[in-house]
Design a binder for this molecule. Structure first.
Ligand code: PLP
Length: 355
């Protein structure tokens, strides 16, 4: 990749014209932001909800309290945070903000998280695929060749799902320094990683978007809360494009409560890492296991001689893992999430009896 100092990243060069000109929806809560005693401006039911908890009022469209707490934890100003209905929503909003249907393209580096491609297809955006290397690292030359004038986004997942490894930091920096579009670094599994988050680089790179989520280490997959961290300019665009009330009131309240319980989460992370080591040791010696790839996440990718057979054998015992053997570069592989000690023990005891 060549370094081109003459063209700096400029959001206006990649923003869709219709989004640049968009007048966003203005909600009742946008138009009156103060405190009042009588709210007759949003057609809500003023009597209440037919529940013990009251949800009759619309939620905060910009999730201010959640963002303030995230800001304290992450050391990133609230204006650099987007909160979505899962990070999957942030992915979709990025497509809708920056990619013209039928015209633009994005670069994906498989094997990786499947939602990038699905979201691209839904939005009618071309995907250019540049396979990871045999070490599951970026093929920088291949990516440089694939970039054209309509390439808007590059998705990098680190630690990567389903391979589990982190992507080399210098390679991601090379992309950030040379690509004139946005580099999305998906850190859904960062809490389990030995590597530093890219969140601290936001001031350095105006074309960086970091995705994180409360669905994995934070144990809140059912609430659907995900975050994007980026420059104020990018966050403003994303807020304009998202549905006005994209994160519901109960999810905001519960996320806020959970975010004050870091100790519990950190304890689980430690336990998960210890369990991961234990599981690797137990599986390593089985003759039908060919390889276990190094993991920075709460799952391991295990190469076996008979993925389908092992998968079905485990299903019989009520244990479900993910068959990834049809995925390119993952031939023979099962992806196994680290469970509780009892669950992992059951897996080990069961899988030992295969063949
Ligand atoms: C699980 C996962 C997500 C999911 O995010 P949600 O916040 O639950 O939508 C995002 N990215 C990757 C790589 C994942 O594995």
């Amino acid at each position: 990749m060549t370094i081109d100092d003459t063209t700096m990243f400029d959001i206006n060069n990649i923003l869709r014209e219709n989004i640049k000109n968009l007048t966003p929806y203005s909600s009742a809560r946008d138009e009156f932001k103060g405190e009042a005693s009588v709210y007759l401006d949003a057609n809500e039911n003023a009597f209440g909800s037919p529940l013990d908890e009251q949800y009759n009022r619309y939620p905060d469209p910009l999730q201010y309290k959640v963002k303030m707490r995230l800001s304290e934890i992450k050391g990133v100003p609230a204006r650099n945070i987007f909160v979505g209905n899962g990070s999957d929503e942030a992915i979709d909003v990025l497509f809708r903000s920056f990619c013209n249907p039928g015209v633009d393209n994005v670069i994906l580096v498989p094997p990786t998280y499947g939602m990038y491609e699905v979201s691209a297809n839904i939005n009618d955006i071309n995907t250019k695929k540049v396979l990871l290397t045999d070490e599951f690292q970026l093929n920088l030359e291949g990516i440089a060749d694939a970039i054209d004038k309509n390439t808007k986004l590059i998705f990098i997942c680190s630690p990567n799902n389903p391979t589990g490894n982190s992507i080399n930091r210098e390679d991601v920096e090379t992309l950030l320094n040379n690509f004139q579009g946005i580099v999305v670094v998906d850190e859904a599994y960062i809490n389990f990683s030995r590597q530093k988050s890219f969140i601290q680089e936001l001031t350095e790179y105006s074309n960086l978007v970091v995705l994180q989520t409360l669905s994995k280490a934070w144990g809140l997959a059912g609430l659907r809360v995900g975050m994007a961290y980026a420059s104020e300019e990018i966050i403003e665009v994303m807020n304009k494009v998202k549905p006005p009330y994209n994160v519901n009131e109960s999810s905001q309240q519960l996320a806020l409560k959970a975010l004050s319980n870091i100790e519990q989460v950190n304890g689980w992370i430690k336990e998960t890492l210890a369990q991961r080591d234990k599981l690797v040791l137990a599986l390593k010696d089985l003759d039908f296991v060919q390889d276990i790839y190094p993991s920075d996440a709460n799952f391991i990718l295990v190469k076996t001689v008979d993925p389908k057979g092992i998968y079905n054998f485990l299903v019989q015992a009520g244990i479900i893992v993910r068959d990834r053997s049809k995925v390119e570069l993952c031939e023979g592989c099962l992806r196994i999430t680290i469970g509780t000690p009892a669950e992992n023990e059951k897996l080990i005891e069961t899988i030992r009896n295969f063949r």
